[in-house]
Design a binder for this molecule. Sequence first.
Ligand code: G2I
Length: 502
Amino acid sequence: MKPHPSGRPRGIRGAAALGLAAAGALLVGLAATPSGAADAAGPVLRDLAQAQGKYYGTAVTASKLNGTYADIAGSQFNSITPGNEMKWESVEPSRGTYNWSGADAVVNFAQAHDMEVRGHTLVWHSQLPGWLTGGSWTADQLRTLMTDHITTEVGRYQGKITHWDVVNEPFNEDGTFRQSLWYTKLGPSYIADALRAARAADPDAKLYLNDYNTDGTGAKSDGMYNLVKSLKAQGVPIDGVGFQGHLILGQVPSTMKANLQRFADLGVDVAVTELDIRMTLPATDAELAQQKADYRAVTDACVAVSRCRGVTVWGFTDSDSWIPDVFDGQGAATPYDEGYRPKPAYYGIAESLGWTGDGGDPGDPDPDPTTGCTVGYTVTSQWNTGFTANVTVKNTGSSPVNGWQVAWAYPSGQRVTSGWNATVTQSGAQVTAANAPYNATIGAGGSVSFGFNGTWSGATPRPPRSPSTARPAPRAERPAVRLGGPDGTPPRRPGDRAWKSA
Ligand code: G2I
């Protein structure tokens, strides 16, 4: 593989954090709020995938391929799918008049960044030009229009497209054939004819059928399975099956791996071609953690099936996703947020592909070198004016902590209303949570959690690291910090430099 022309992605993880004052002035940081593409030491999905013998791909919008969007697409992914630019209405908006500008832009970008291209899509019921859907064609005329279109488009990109979605979404939910323009006029033979025309136009491209809601076993997947089996038996050129993977949070089919494997056992490749995992907005930290697990599970299924060629996400950033346009109130479906910050889902993919570094999400905080403690801050639920949060303090050191406080400042006017398992007080933006009598001691390797309800309006960004987080609190703050346990006993944590200097 050539080196990535755009180099390694730029710095990702900003230093946002909470401060923990354990028994006086111990301070630890919580890694949170990534703020860019990926840092030099962060995972690179394309390299991790390649090491597994797979690709990791993304759908893109050709007109956005510049700046940070292009940097991430080209450096993190080694396969690309034009989201719309190769569809019939895009390339042949009026009969015999072709517009290849968007499609060419994607193919050129792929070549410049050493990426494979998934061609999407030749024969579909949707995004067809009006002249085609509005015409009154005989079956022979329509078949010729279809095969000519395939010959022209596949021929244009011969040798440059690794995989073609030749026929897209041919099934109804019950596994019967969709009553598309193609099926109603031509019957099921349109599928074999399309595959043969594509093979003739580019013998090296891998030819796929592609559909949604076929990810797990079920009636629709059975329809696809039976079709592939019969095409194989007739010697029709079919190389692979694409499983789109438009999923709902927490609903990765438990049969996904087995389903991919049963198709592979028919003698075809498989791929996850349009992965996204949607949720109701606004997304909570708990939902983003679930999404991480879901992205990981889908990627795991592909990794576990040797004939799974790779996974493509349907847009890598929440700013370039079809979900909010189609599902009211839903979104946050991709691995990067709208500001191009990697979400926990990104790390879920990376971990599935073998990444063992920092998970970069609220559940995976970095220990603070001064205290050996970590603080994890998670919004567990959120509604229009309120939220519930959970904070976990983990003692990663080798001796107990006796008495602790956690301090942070809210950036956007959030107010704590009531807490539990700690005494949580707020003054201005500054919040302090002090241990309850019964959880003052955190054993070596142990952790404690507390929670609270709060109010918000406008936005609820995570509390950022205060400038004082990584060092002892300034002297002026010391009187506010209670040393030791609730009975006034001094903390006994060896090596607590901050406490000793207090
Ligand atoms: O619908 C999600 C995907 C399901 N599987 C096949 C995919 O090809 C399909 O992709 C989406 C694109 O991501 C959307 O971007 O297909 C949609 C059309 O069915 C695309 O949406 C269309 C909008 O509906 C149009 O208003 C818009 O002009 O995108 C067009 C180009 O931006």
